[in-house]
Design a binder for this molecule. Structure first.
Ligand SMILES: Nc1ncnc2c1ncn2[C@@H]1O[C@H](COP(=O)(O)OP(=O)(O)OP(=O)(O)O)[C@@H](O)[C@H]1O
Ligand SMILES: [Mg+2]
Length: 339
């Protein structure tokens, strides 16, 4: 007879999201259908007095009481290219070289310097074609990330893409979104915003927009003559400068949402479907005037979602208030522990 313990005993999984502003780390254990939150933590790595990123990862792993030494990480930014392509139906073994050939057309770097991977999303029987999600990432960029982790005394299990991880966390939290519903998910960070469009449980569009909350520091410091550090403080707590900060935020959000609107338009044109709901996460969702900016630019207000909603946090020796305060920043790491 099969040992039941063996069946449910699975290795702990750790997600490590190395952002430009903060590192996020999350550990879960238990069977995939009822994962438990074991440890989590967030560490700010921006500012002049901070040490190396590796040291911060190491310190965070200790502070967050992470037990496993093996972590899942992700990459993003200009060295990562994601495309949805369609290919004529062909044998699996031919597909790989055909895709590599196809990829060369739009990868702005030498394909030999890239890791190329793909996933067949759907097989369109009627039109005799495959819809494929293609990813190319610069080897050098991946290696840099792995080195950071190894210098911190940890090892890398899986390398994912920020926006894919975020999307996985979302679909895990909303398994019943409905096949006829389209949701847009936005993760607004420090230097970039991950955008993904999900229909039912399938990812239909992804894109990173290089606009984030750090851009606001630049504007505030330009307008007020303050240092970047003071601008960061003022942004979080505007005190008597509320109106000035609100104006700067409005400008930033309108350029971000212009890009988002373009992507929505592209998706709507391609698919003939419209976006039903918008969900947001990321460290920057506390920006003043966010709701109104979305209403003005996209015609609807965004909803918040809890990236950790699918986890049982009851046994975690963590302060519920702390979890609540930082949970919005964990969309990427919550997706990483699912791999
Ligand atoms: N209350 C707030 N209002 C506005 N911005 C905020 C607030 N709290 C945090 N932020 C900003 O959120 C950003 C950090 O968010 P997050 O941790 O998601 O970014 P990141 O993952 O490090 O960055 P990226 O993914 O772009 O590399 C910082 O720019 C920070 O200033
Ligand atoms: Mg981020």
């Amino acid at each position: 007879m099969m040992d039941m313990k063996l069946q449910t005993k699975t290795k702990n999984r750790v997600g490590l999201d190395i952002g430009t502003f903060a590192i996020k780390m999350l550990e879960i254990s238990g069977a995939p259908d009822k994962p438990m939150l074991i440890g989590m933590g967030l560490k700010n790595i921006s500012g002049p007095s901070k040490g190396s990123i590796s040291d911060s990862i190491k310190a965070l792993a200790d502070e967050a009481k992470i037990t496993s030494r093996e972590v899942n990480i992700s990459v993003s930014g200009p060295s990562v290219i994601v495309r949805f392509i369609s290919m004529p139906r062909m044998k699996e073994e031919d597909l790989k070289s055909a895709i590599r050939f196809e990829a060369e057309k739009f990868i702005p770097f030498n394909i030999n310097d890239c890791v190329v991977d793909f996933q067949t999303l759907t097989k369109d029987e009627r039109e005799n074609k495959f819809n494929i999600l293609l990813v190319a990432a610069k080897k050098e960029h991946i290696k840099e990330r792995i080195d950071l982790v190894e210098e911190a005394g940890l090892s890398v299990h899986i390398v994912d893409i920020d926006s894919f991880a975020m999307t996985n966390a979302f679909t895990r939290n909303f398994p019943n979104l409905g096949s006829e519903k389209t949701a847009a998910i936005l993760n607004i960070g420090a230097t970039s915003t991950n955008l993904s469009i999900v229909r039912g449980d399938a990812m239909a569009f992804v894109r990173d927009v290089s606009i984030g909350s750090n851009d606001l520091n630049v504007t505030i410091s330009k307008d007020s003559g303050l240092s970047m550090e003071s601008a960061e403080e003022l942004k979080i707590d505007p005190k008597d400068k509320m109106q000035e900060i609100a104006n700067c935020t409005k400008t930033l959000l309108s350029s971000l949402l212009d890009e988002v609107k373009l992507s929505f338009g592209y998706y709507e044109n391609q698919s003939g479907k419209s976006i039903d709901e918008i969900y947001i996460s990321g460290g920057a969702i506390g920006l003043v005037g966010l709701d109104e900016a979305f209403q003005d630019a996209l015609g609807s207000r965004p909803s918040f979602w809890n990236p950790l909603g699918f986890l049982d946090a009851s046994s975690a020796k963590l302060d519920a208030n702390v979890i609540d305060k930082i949970k919005n920043s964990f969309a990427v790491s919550a997706g990483l522990v699912l791999r």
